[in-house]
Write a protein that binds this ligand. Sequence first.
Ligand code: SF4
Length: 427
Amino acid sequence: MNLQAPLEPVLVDPLPRRGTVAVDVGGVLVGGAAPVVVQSMTNTDTADVDGTVRQVADLARAGSEIVRITVDRDEAAAAVPRIRERLDRLGVTVPLVGDFHYIGHKLLADHPACAAALAKYRINPGNVGFKDKKDRQFVEIVEMAIRHDKPVRIGVNWGSLDQELLTRLMDANSALASPLPARDVMREAIVQSALHSAALAEETGLARERIILSAKVSNVQDLIAVYRDLSRRTDHCIHLGLTEAGMGSKGIVASAAAMGILLQEGIGDTIRVSLTPEPGGDRTREVQVAQEILQTMGFRQFIPIVAACPGCGRTTSTLFQQLAETIQTDIRTNMPLWRERYPGVEAMTVAVMGCIVNGPGESKHADIGISLPGTAEVPSAPVYMDGVKVATLRGARIAEDFHEMVRQYIDRRFGRPAALAGTAAAE
Ligand code: SF4
């Protein structure tokens, strides 16, 4: 083995996906050979049209490809068509999914404009009704989906798991000579609830390519076990998500750990990261995290990645942290415009490194990178583009100069020729 040979970059295979039946959600294809779709959910009162339009638009601009809204009462259902119209007028075409619990069958029947405006209905089989009403009301929602030609997501959640099913399985388990642990029975009940409901929807007449399944729990190991089992037992399209993931780093780490393992196994056609926002926090954070999970694993590209070293005792100034943050913020702010103007820019990598130890090497691997001077190093910063050293920055304006070089690099490499840009603008 030649240890001197340069390392080839590690390329992740384009996701060895489990074969699932593709579902069209308002023009967005989920499952089959489609890329894993990022979705999110609002936390506004849907009856508040202004607030909901604003948040849906923010989520869509952040990159959410499907947005779910709560439809919990008449006022919310009545607001849905107005929300759809307002979004269309703003040019925000993101499909809206209605989240129904308990009275979904009634709301959809009483508000046909709502049923028509939504691109998908989410049904929780544990929350559609009790005893003989349960299947009847579930079927009523499915019939509504058939009438309006909409897909449904059958979204099982362990916090509202069908208690009759769970009790039946627990009773059967305790009658066994060697009963399984209660946790295993709970996992089985979640999977059975999803599969039974999907079978009932198909018996009612809903096509298989109109059904998405999810089976959310809040524990990482349970989630992995449940989704592995679900995906082994059906080829239905799969919505992946850890429910009640939590706040801040806890929610991000738990979601990334659980979904990362499943996505790597090819399980999951669409993901939602259920973060609890800080009070007054930005709801679009969940979209950003979902994108970062997919991009860091090499499955999709949404935004240029800024690679920055963590810093250590070799760098005592905060220059490289500030520069990395400025570049990251600049990219995120400009991305909606750059997506149009610079096709392919989302695959770019920028390195901002703190000293000479790893700085030049990491910078060479990035499309554009800078190695800032560490403590006691000569106050100069070599800049690399496409693996080649192109400049050495010095003086008090290193950060500003590098920032400008990044912008020029993007324009030169990803900008369309003026004639082409002019044609597009005139179209
Ligand atoms: S590149 Fe330099 S400053 Fe950054 S972590 Fe490595 S040794 Fe420390």
